[in-house]
Design a protein around this ligand. Sequence first.
Ligand SMILES: Nc1ncnc2c1ncn2[C@@H]1O[C@H](COP(=O)(O)OP(=O)(O)OP(=O)(O)O)[C@@H](O)[C@H]1O
Length: 452
Amino acid sequence: MVYNVTDVTKRRDVMINLSRSMESDCPSKESLLPAMVHHFFSDKDDLFKDKIISGCLAREKEASTMVDKGIAFPHSVIKERISPQILCCYSPTGVPWNSTGEKVSIIILLVCNEEDHLPTLSELAGIFQMPGVTDKLGKAKSAEDMSEILLRAQSQKEKNWSKEKEIITNSLLREADRLRSNTENTKMVLFSNSLIQILSVVEQFSQKSSILVSSKNRVLNRVDLLKKHFTVIHSVQGSISYEKEILKQLWTEKILSDGDVVISLSGFEFDMMPHSISITAIPRDLYDESRVLKYKIPHNVNLEILSRAVSLASELSRQGREGKSVGTIFVVGEYESVQDYCKQLIINPFGGLEDYERSILDAGLSETIKEFSKIDGAYIVENSGKIRSGGTYLSIPPHQIRLQPGLGARHAAALGITLVAPVASVVLSESTGHIRIFWDGMEQDLFVPGDR
Ligand SMILES: Nc1ncnc2c1ncn2[C@@H]1O[C@H](COP(=O)(O)OP(=O)(O)OP(=O)(O)O)[C@@H](O)[C@H]1O
């Protein structure tokens, strides 16, 4: 069970570069915006530039982007995954911007994709809200003046943010300590890859039962220094942000035990400060989810993805959907090896999504995945974690499939696909809530999640 006790909203850091500026005496926004795009994107093809220009002009038609006296924030949101581009322009004569012809001299054009749009606008707004910035910009006489004012404001804002970070870090640590002193059998797990950050916080909580999780040698090589602060220093491969999976590993290695309450402190990965504390009570059935880690699974199946599919199946088994049990299949492996056996029962619900929006590892997607489990069929999940499809019928050529009595078409399909392709499948039975894992045409594991 994982529940957040303190959820300090993650501040998504968007790197914005305010140093690109130009001066223009274009008389209207219809001429100025294309001029800016051509100036700043001179190395890009015309199609790309036209897309940006029509995006910002369409946005201006909806409503003027004038935000303050003399300042406008036109923007164009594009599908391409580019880092947010901020293009600044100073107009000495001013350009009429809103319906009443009010003029702006400072034009900050933002070009980015959907995901970055709001965080970048909010970052920009934060810079403009720094005391005195808009007044100073009103007095700017050149593009250089404008750039200098903006860059100074940005640097001041960064300094202020460092102070805020320190305050948040200290209050999170105090909260973690308070939780620890109020709860029995607690273990503190610090997820970090930064030696400096670890050392800066480590003095502030007592070292009894503290575990450090890191994936970087520069941290792990400093065991001598760190062992006086942590009872265990645990090394992981790859990212340290899959906390639940890492806790399962710690459980399988008996570093955590049933009944332990784990206080996790994490977030250093994002911007060198802890963002959140979560508490995990290690439930008895965590073993069932994690024991798949102990198997020798086929080399062409990603263990992390398989383990995630098992976790989701286990959550679905316990929770059901709208008070009813659900069943489903996850097939994990190379898509090419199973595509000939896949037929869509419905339009693929993940079909229209970009790759980065359909990862099974994305905690934000788990509710969607669980919701679509009401639909007949299987999920096909690639080794990268990308959910290739949902609502997929597995059409297996005739094979002798030996199943235990009571198991029907769903289990036959889940087993059958592993007979014809080098993949693993996880099947949740709607009627019993049991989870079975198959590969090499055989049932490899069965477990019964608790609390159903
Ligand atoms: N070939 C297949 N590919 C994907 N899904 C399938 C396939 N065959 C059956 N199913 C799904 O399994 C569901 C239940 O079928 P059935 O009751 O025969 O299976 P079962 O193995 O007894 O599973 P459960 O224990 O969940 O009832 C079907 O409604 C369908 O959604």
